[in-house]
Ligand binder design. Structure first.
Ligand code: GDP
Length: 349
């Protein structure tokens, strides 16, 4: 019996290791296949690769990272454009119209989103996949909704990696949409070359209420829905914004942020928007600001990932969450100072 047991288990072992080798090989083939198909521009395989990167399973993430490493030399050749505005400003209508015009002109356009609501509630302000139906059907376009879970840091990472995959698949224009509430517009500013803020008319109040901070992130302000009865007011609003922008710190050194009237409904103003982006590219490329910004964004991303990893690994240690909660109580009852509570969690050597 014992001998047989031994043979059985040895036999199992051999089969087991063969199986492992087989799985490894299969993963390798999968990466090679994904690589080839993505480089050929297959949207299906691009989606599959993004799903690997978004997966929580460790082996998927590893495969995704392996693929990304392989594709890295083919990334970076796009114009990355961020678009923000309050809900109802017309972001999705603008992106669909702009995206279609660019796709019809022969560009390959990828649309990604960072939805701050989904990171907290799993619900969404930006809406679901049914948006931008006409653009989604265009062969030159690729639309990926926001990852539906995770912290803002996690969603940020996934969106950046998705952007790189899209570039490797030949998309030369990446549009990243976010809602102008809270932190997400700063996150998007940190991953794009050109940033647009969509605003509406009737801005008298809005101009006063709008935070200077968000205007200082923008390279271009779009006064949207400049059509019909609203057109005259929109033009006036554009003039008002231009005056104010004069006094603000520009988002990009050497560039004067401008305001433009646009109607997605009537498809007007888009030519000027595109010309503005092209001029921006030419100027910033020539001055070196384009390259410097990309480099500093990569560095910032690296540092924010280190911070995320440290925090994750700290809280995944047994008992740490409970310890923090306990110390919080002691802080609030005045039994401890903040500095000594921090020392209790992370003692200095
Ligand atoms: P989002 O929440 O910022 O994505 O806004 P939507 O794209 O969903 O648009 C909000 C509303 O504005 C919808 O009812 C659109 O039909 C309308 N809208 C969007 N663009 C325009 C435009 O250029 N002109 C006018 N008049 N209405 C628009």
């Amino acid at each position: 019996m014992h001998v047989m047991d031994g043979i059985e288990s040895r036999h199992d072992g051999i089969v087991g290791s063969k199986r492992k080798r087989f799985i490894k090989k299969e993963k390798k083939i999968e990466i090679d296949l994904l690589y080839d198909e993505i480089r050929k521009g297959s949207r299906l395989h691009l989606s599959k690769a993004i799903t690997l990167l978004e997966s929580r399973a460790e082996h998927d993430q590893k495969a995704g990272q392996g693929l990304l490493r392989k594709l890295l030399p083919n990334t970076g050749e796009s114009i990355r454009i961020g678009i923000t505005g309050v809900p109802g400003a017309g972001k999705s209508t603008f992106i669909e119209t702009f995206g279609l015009l660019l796709a019809e002109a022969g560009h390959k356009v990828a649309v990604l989103a960072i939805d701050p609501s989904s990171t907290v509630t799993g619900g969404s302000i930006l809406g679901d996949k049914t948006r931008m139906e006409a653009l989604a059907k265009h062969p030159n376009a690729f639309i990926r909704p926001s990852p539906s879970s995770g912290t803002l840091g996690g969603v940020h990472k996934k969106t950046r990696e998705t952007m790189l995959l899209c570039e490797a698949a030949g998309y030369d224009i990446i549009l990243i949409e976010t809602v102008g509430v809270g932190q997400s517009e700063t996150v998007v500013r940190g991953m794009v070359d050109f940033f647009m803020l969509l605003v509406l008319t009737g801005a008298g109040d809005e101009l006063q209420g709008m935070k200077k901070g968000i205007m200082e992130l923008a390279d271009c302000m779009i006064v949207h829905k400049a059509d019909g009865e609203n057109l005259k007011l929109a033009k006036k609003t554009v003039r008002e914004y231009r005056q104010i922008l004069h006094f603000l710190q520009p988002a990009t050194p050497g560039w004067s942020t401008t305001a433009l009237p646009v109607s997605s409904l009537e498809r007007t103003g888009f030519e000027t928007v595109w010309e503005t982006i092209e001029t921006f590219y030419e100027k910033m490329e020539a001055s070196g600001v384009w390259h410097e910004r990309r480099q500093s964004q990569t560095k910032d991303w690296f540092h924010s990932m280190i911070r995320d990893r440290l925090i994750d690994s700290f809280f995944s240690q047994q008992g740490k969450k409970e310890l923090v909660a306990d110390l919080e109580k002691q802080l609030l009852t005045g039994e401890m100072t903040v500095a000594s509570a921090v020392d209790a969690i992370l003692p200095m050597d």
